[in-house]
Design a protein around this ligand. Sequence first.
Ligand code: IMP
Ligand code: MG
Length: 171
Amino acid sequence: MEALIAAEDIRQRVERMAREIAEAYQGRSVTVVGILNGCLLFMADLIRRIDLPLRVAFITASSYRGDATSPGKLLIRDELLPDLAGKHVLLLDDILDTGQTLARVVSHLLGKGAESVKVAVLLRKIGRQEVPFEPDFLGFTIPDKFVVGYGLDYNDEYRHLPFIGVLPVKT
Ligand code: IMP
Ligand code: MG
């Protein structure tokens, strides 16, 4: 599979994003909440570069999609979350596509009493957004193609790839 974004470019961007995040929080402690499973590689690489006191937590959001691109019903599971009352939360996801997932999870976390919720996403797809939503930190803007690797999957495959590639269309 050909790389759309090379591993080294991801590394450099994630390193810079970690500095942007540390600057934005100015030494305050932050609870980094990753949306499973897509956050896996992004979170592991990002948090080890963030120079702030921080805690790590996870939430699950699965949309039952009929196929790779059509959004379905979103199921949020939060039994792994610690108490977020009064906490500054930094929410991480792999990709901002329609925006349904992030919009829903942000309001869910605010409902749990978080003092603030900021969002960092690695990728944002052009021309797909259905819900008004602006991430606070964004890695790369990509064309409207189905991508895999660096946490992103197709049927739970390909998450382990160190780069981001466009899934070849089977003919
Ligand atoms: P949204 O709710 O439409 O913004 O969808 C976000 C979720 O859809 C992401 O967390 C991914 O799990 C999945 N997704 C959207 N586009 C892609 C893609 O190109 N490759 C892999 N997963 C994707
Ligand atoms: Mg996914």
